[in-house]
Design a binder for this molecule. Structure first.
Ligand SMILES: [Ca+2]
Ligand SMILES: [Ca+2]
Ligand SMILES: [Ca+2]
Length: 321
């Protein structure tokens, strides 16, 4: 049997849900990371499978590059603070983004004269007005930039169903995430028909809570980005909820807001608390959220794997000498 090789990089962080990164090795071993909605799979399983692979294929110790690759696979699992996409689907109460094939949206602003508008996807915008169409990304997947981590917005996963949490004078909404240590939560939001305030109340395992209140602008407002309040998209067009009126406005925006978390305390859940909203206007709308984990502590399995990699490379050098 020849030396093992990496058969395929099956898919690296595809835009489908759940997000998945997979390396497939021969002999039935694979390296896989998945994000199932609001939790991350147990990394220990990944490390154990890589350990199995290295032990099973002793000849790999002759191949420093492959050892290094395997070690890097494990190392990257804890070297970076993780991003957890928070699946708010249980909270969504309207379809706030028009897309091709779906003519039954609910307005992001007041449902009467002068209002009754929603965002639309780029493909629908292009189909209506060609190159001057400005819509939200069809996938709802906004890549990381200097202000925010990668964020998967709900409409990209469920374009025809409920994909926005709208506060129209309604009370707070609680979201329970995978209990853990986080340092930031980012929320995609805007207000239609005026501006409003969003307080995130963070509930820790020790019974304590912290809050920060963000000013969630009217979708036509513009401001200078800061690490706390920024844009996910700007210069957008909008369309009436029944798709009859296209406004080639090049102005509305979807905003992002950062809420800092005490990374030394285990977080259990948080509450979205809206202020300044009403049944008619303003109405605040939330499109998705992501959490950034606090620095992860290397697990014993990954430390052992790195040691194997170093020893393997040392062994190769001795044999060559
Ligand atoms: Ca829709
Ligand atoms: Ca436009
Ligand atoms: Ca604007």
């Amino acid at each position: 049997m020849g030396p093992p090789t990496v058969l395929a990089v099956d898919s690296i962080y595809t835009s489908v849900h759940p997000a998945r990164m997979q390396l497939v090795f021969p002999h039935g071993f694979s390296y896989l990371r998945e994000w199932h909605g609001n939790c991350i799979c147990n990394h220990a399983v990944v490390y154990f499978r890589l350990f199995q692979y290295l032990v099973h294929n002793k000849e790999i110790l002759m191949k420093p590059i492959r050892v290094l690759l395997a070690a890097l696979c494990a190392f990257t699992s804890f070297a970076h603070a993780g991003v957890v996409q928070l699946d708010l689907a249980p909270l969504y109460n309207i379809d706030g983004v028009a897309n091709i094939g779906d003519a039954s949206q609910s307005p992001l602003d007041q449902p009467n004269a002068g209002g009754n508008f929603v965002f639309l996807t780029q493909s629908l915008a292009t189909s209506r007005v060609g190159a001057s169409g400005n819509g939200l990304l069809d996938s709802g997947l906004y890549g990381a930039d200097e202000f925010h981590p990668e964020m998967q917005l709900g409409y990209g996963l469920n374009p025809n169903g409920n994909n926005v949490l709208q506060f129209a004078g309604t009370g707070p909404a609680n979201f329970t995430l995978a209990a853990g240590f986080y340092k930031e939560i980012h929320v995609a939001a805007m207000t239609g028909g005026g501006s409003s305030f969003l307080t995130l109340r963070l509930n820790y395992a020790d019974g304590s809570a912290t809050t920060r209140t963000a000013f969630v602008n009217d979708w036509y407002n513009d401001f200078g980005s800061t690490p706390d309040d920024y844009y996910l998209a700007n210069g957008l067009d909008r369309i009436s909820a029944n798709l009859s009126v296209y406004e080639n406005a090049n102005d509305p925006a979807l905003f992002g807001h950062r809420f800092l978390v005490d990374g030394s305390r285990k977080l259990l859940s948080f509450d979205f608390v809206a202020n300044g909203t009403s049944q008619f206007e303003p109405r605040m709308n939330i499109f998705g959220a992501a959490a950034v984990t606090a620095a992860e502590v290397p697990e014993p399995g990954s430390v052992a794997l790195l040691l194997i990699g170093v020893l393997g490379m040392a062994g190769c050098r001795r044999k060559k000498a």
